[in-house]
Design a binder for this molecule. Structure first.
Ligand SMILES: [Zn+2]
Length: 283
């Protein structure tokens, strides 16, 4: 695949869908019930966990298969190189926005995501945890429907806010039952689209520094995927124990974006079979 086309698609800026044309998403009753059963009922949770695990291994394996073609591995390596080059980005036109507290980024970043996807949703409460340091820079609680932001590098906040808002939207997609608790799809979409939103913010504002930290996560995710492709089939069964199941998801969404542009995000959220849609886009 042509390198120029990969870069052009990663840097593509699609026209946001105007507010009056967006679709208002609301969480379905079925998903509300599922989440409360999952939380309250030990038997239900145990049985569901077996399903989730089996489905995760299936999807993980299918993505590894599709990503292992010569064309796709070359594309992954090229993108790892691209995101790696953004690790040293330090251009700041205006430092003022970065003096804001995390929750103050919410309106600006959720608006970018909404315009990209053509959706509207209710507004989740956004909290800030200033004291504790966690492994994850932010968290979306699907049960309480709230976002918590941890104390992180201020240049990384726009991307993290977009990422956590994307999780909020995912639980309201029309076919949300096929997304629920599927980390391959949920994180596979949230990392690349969260980063694409930060890219949009960076190109718009000139503050390219907002690309730095997230891009280094993506290049790491892509390199991890190359390693996982080289593993034998029997290793795939332990992807969840090793906490690597989201990497092929991230790589798959990025390859689809590099091949077809950002419209894939608009299309996949309308698909009754998002996993199948994603695999088709890797061909
Ligand atoms: Zn996430």
């Amino acid at each position: 695949m042509d390198k120029g086309r990969i870069t052009a698609n990663l840097e593509e800026r699609i026209k946001p869908i105007p507010k009056e044309k967006r679709i208002f998403l609301k969480r379905s009753k079925a998903l509300e019930k599922y989440i409360s059963d999952y939380k309250e009922d030990d038997n239900f949770r145990y049985n569901e966990w077996q399903h989730i695990k089996a489905n995760t291994i299936l999807l993980y394996s299918a993505l590894i298969e599709s990503l292992s073609s010569n064309e796709n591995t070359e594309c992954i390596e090229e993108m790892a190189h691209y995101f790696n080059s953004k690790k040293r980005e330090n251009r700041i036109i205006d430092n003022k926005p970065f003096l804001r507290r995390g929750p103050e980024w919410f309106d600006e970043m959720s608006e970018i995501v909404k315009g990209m996807l053509g959706i509207e949703t209710d507004r989740p409460p956004v909290f800030e945890n200033r004291h504790l340091v966690f492994r994850h820079p932010g968290k979306y609680d699907a049960d309480k429907k709230e976002i918590t932001l941890h104390n992180i590098n201020p240049y990384f906040v726009p991307e993290v806010v977009a990422h956590e808002y994307i999780h909020h939207a995912q639980y309201a997609f029309k076919y949300s039952m096929s997304w629920k608790y599927n980390k391959v799809l949920l994180e596979g979409m949230a990392y690349p689209l969260g980063n694409a939103s930060a890219r949009e913010y960076a190109f718009e504002s000139g503050n390219l520094i907002a690309l730095r930290t997230g891009s280094s996560y993506l290049s790491e995710g892509l390199m991890q995927t190359i390693k996982l492709i080289k593993e034998g089939e029997r290793h795939r069964k332990t992807c969840m124990e090793r906490n690597v199941e989201h990497y092929p998801g991230i790589a798959a969404f990025l390859v689809a974006e590099a091949k077809h542009g950002k419209k894939i995000y608009r299309e996949i959220i309308k698909s009754p079979q998002p996993a199948e849609y994603l695999i088709k886009k890797l061909k």
